[in-house]
Ligand binder design. Structure first.
Ligand code: AMP
Length: 402
């Protein structure tokens, strides 16, 4: 299925630019070909020409839109191996840093490039050793600052700085860390900012730290033909039973169940397990090794249900997620957009099911204004036994609790 079907912008179907027309180094084109990327995605087509020209770019694009190559391709094209850290890519989470670094290494298959990922939760010593030879650093703000204070990272040669998922970094309270990092990279660098949503703070960041940036927008919403969205009106006490029933009925290939708090992810996944649905929770309290373990399993379909908070699931490149369940509704339409962006990716189909109880009505009014969600009914479903209740009622707008 062609990637362009993913977006509503049907005018892209004709005359899409080819990778060969982007002026990329032959070695980069060879790696792209081997990855079987037939043509650029919308974000790649719109942003790469400007990024190649060295312009600052603000790009609005969703997770899964192909943005890593949009910034990574030009970075690798311009790279001079062994001349210090020339590109710094800042991401909100360890998983995203790991994933971006992994993609960069694949794009760099035939180019000499040392890509070094730096994030917390793992020993700092191996990172220090690898940073000595790094050409490209991908990292989270806290660990980058840690290396700066130890003087184990030298950012004086940085030519390109990328803020990946900038909106999420602001949500997670990284603004001061980002300002501190920006103050030590050279002023004449190129700055690229990628964000799924564009809150006011992003405009502020751009005005303060970017040089006449080009604004690029892509279609944020996935095709209606590919994605079906439903909601069920359900009593708070019946939500778990309905969730268990729907998962069994839908029999998803891979599903993510979203909860608003860590405790709910534990509670919900425990209930699913007790009802013979293989599920694992993932949230910010798990160690790095435990999170990686769960994600690696999920990539292979064991378990096939991941119960996650927004931050834990954000930015992850998980292919073939067939179902999204909103056990707790997100607080607003933007967060809902982030969640549904996890399914119906790259031409695949997806289903989003939201469980609306009295707790979620206020949020839901905001969400349904922007999204096309159909009401569904399920009258008869067996009630499950609810395990001991270390369950927390969803509290909207408590992002920091992730
Ligand atoms: P990203 O948004 O960069 O995380 O990319 C999402 C997924 O799309 C990754 O699995 C990429 O390997 C894949 N991808 C990126 N660009 C293309 C393309 N032009 N054609 C097909 N798949 C792509």
């Amino acid at each position: 299925m062609p990637f362009s079907d993913f977006f509503l912008n049907s005018s892209r179907n004709c005359n899409v630019m080819k990778f060969e027309e982007m002026g990329f180094d032959e070695r980069l084109l060879k790696a792209i070909k081997e990855l079987r990327f037939e043509k650029p995605t919308e974000i790649q087509e719109k942003s790469i020409p400007f990024v190649m020209q060295g312009k600052d770019v603000i790009a609005q694009s969703m997770t899964g839109s192909g943005k890593t190559l949009a910034f990574g391709g030009p970075i690798l094209h311009k790279l001079a191996h062994g001349k210090g850290v020339q590109a710094l890519i800042i991401t909100p989470t360890r998983e995203l840093a790991d994933q971006v670094a992994d993609h960069m290494k694949k794009f760099a298959k035939y180019i000499k490039a040392e890509v070094c990922e730096v994030f917390g939760g793992v020993s700092i010593e191996p990172q220090i050793a690898r940073l000595r030879h790094a050409d490209i650093v991908v990292g989270t703000p806290g660990r980058i600052l840690d290396h700066l204070s130890r003087r184990t990272i030298d950012l004086r040669n940085v030519k390109t700085l990328v803020l990946d998922e900038a909106d999420r970094m602001l949500d997670m309270g990284f603004i001061d860390d980002i300002r501190r990092i920006l103050s030590v990279v050279p002023k004449n660098r190129q700055t690229l900012l990628f964000s799924a949503t564009m809150p006011r703070e992003i405009e502020f960041l751009a005005r303060r730290f970017m040089n006449s940036p080009v604004n690029i927008r892509t279609q944020a919403f996935v095709s209606r033909h590919k994605m079906k969205q439903y909601y069920y009106d359900v009593k708070e006490n019946d939500k778990l039973s309905l969730l268990v029933h729907l998962i069994k009925k839908e029999n998803p290939h891979l599903a993510i169940v979203f909860c608003n708090t860590k405790r709910n992810t534990d509670f919900v996944s425990r209930t699913l397990e007790q009802n013979d649905i293989e599920a694992k929770p993932i949230h910010g309290d798990l160690s790095q090794a435990a999170r990686m373990h769960v994600l690696e399993g999920f990539h292979r379909g064991r378990p096939h249900v991941l119960v996650a908070t927004d931050v834990a699931a954000r930015g992850l490149d998980i292919k073939d997620v067939s179902h999204i369940f909103n056990y707790d509704l997100p607080s607003d339409a933007e967060n809902y957009t982030h969640r549904i962006g996890r399914t119906a990716r790259i031409g695949k189909e997806g289903k989003v099911i939201s469980l609306l109880s009295s707790e979620g009505h206020e949020a839901f009014r905001r969400i349904i204004r922007v999204h096309d969600i159909e009401k569904a009914f399920e009258m008869n479903f067996p009630r499950v036994k609810i395990p001991s209740r270390r369950y927390e009622r969803p509290r909207m707008r408590r992002y920091r609790n992730y």
